[in-house]
Design a protein around this ligand. Structure first.
Ligand code: 8YV
Length: 313
């Protein structure tokens, strides 16, 4: 029997690639010399798409594959997949939740500590010999015991909250409705920011959450406040964020995600009240292996006619 034909929209680690190449007839769009030509030629044969969270699948790609059955995302966020186009064509979508939750939470908390205690600048202070020539590094703000706000109390937000309890932080959160947790509920982003020293953005991105962190939220977080974003750039109004950081209306920001990444707005590079990370919250060997395995499990289950482990509901 011939292997199902799968369209690949981004690179995967060698082990995943090997498994995919063995089980399926793979067509790589991201390395094609002429992607449009390839799509026009093979589109009608394609039954599955494998893609990365940040790449997703655009409407034109989905529509070029009239026999498409499934899109498997290597990542929890599927905001870059055109879900309306999928619904119109009856395409199923899967993602890789749970396996990456704790790594993303780890990086979010690490970013808070690194920025709050100015760890990268302190390291440079040692490397550049200033410790010996000029003395100790400048004093920093205490992080434990501060007020933390978590915008979006899903899996990742909850894991961040659990970690922050270890730092004796006072935790509040905002979500569509209150959850069964001991943390204080805030009905909206502005009121959450008002009662936070550090605001974590952990929302699944959608049209409804676009720019939910706007100028008013940043104003409420304030000149001593810190924003930490490990979700998607679209959840934050980046121009408002840059304005607030540049003129001191917001204290600082630790960001793993950017509009137009990996090409980020150069205004960020001129700021020293930011910590910039290359969208790598889930990027540990262990978790990426788990993500690859889960993505392939979904794809394999579909073509074996078995229930999907993690369909997007
Ligand atoms: C990955 C992510 O970086 O899970 C997500 O939604 O953004 C990240 O874990 C990405 O999916 C891999 O490209």
């Amino acid at each position: 029997m011939s292997k199902p034909e799968i369209l690949q929209l981004g690179p995967f680690p060698a082990e995943d690639q090997q498994e995919l190449d063995t089980a399926y007839q793979m067509h790589a769009l991201h390395t094609a010399n002429n992607p449009d030509e390839l799509l026009a030629e093979i589109g009608p044969h394609i039954r599955g798409i494998v893609t990365r969270g940040g790449i997703g699948a655009a409407r034109n790609v989905i529509e070029a594959c009239p026999n498409l059955e499934i899109i498997c995302v290597y990542g929890v966020g599927y905001d870059a997949v055109d879900m309306a186009a999928c619904a119109a064509q009856g395409v199923t979508v899967t993602n890789t939740p749970d396996v990456l939750t704790k790594d993303v939470a780890d990086l979010g908390v690490a970013m808070m500590l690194a920025l709050g205690r100015n760890i990268t600048a302190a390291s440079s202070w040692v490397r550049e010999g200033h410790w010996a020539s000029k003395g100790g590094f400048a004093l920093q703000k205490r992080m434990w015991g501060q007020r933390a706000g978590i915008l979006g109390l899903g899996r990742i937000g909850t894991e961040i909250g659990r970690r922050l309890e270890g730092f004796d932080m006072q935790i509040a959160y905002s979500d569509i409705s209150p959850k069964e947790v001991a943390w204080r509920f805030a009905p909206d982003a502005v009121s959450l920011a008002r009662q936070s020293d550090v605001l974590f953005v952990t929302l699944a991105a959608s049209d409804a959450t676009r720019h939910i962190v706007d100028g008013d939220v940043l104003q409420a977080l304030g000149a001593d406040g810190m924003l930490v974003n490990v979700s998607r750039a679209s959840n934050v109004d980046e121009d408002a964020l840059l304005d607030a950081l540049e003129n001191g209306r917001l204290g600082s920001a630790a960001l793993d995600v950017f509009a137009g990444e990996p090409k980020i707005n150069p205004r960020f590079l001129a700021l020293d009240n930011v910590l910039l990370q290359p969208h790598h919250a889930s990027a540990t060997y262990d978790t990426r292996a788990d993500m690859g395995r889960l993505m392939r499990k979904n794809l394999n289950a579909h073509f074996a006619g078995m229930p999907l482990p993690t369909p997007v509901t």
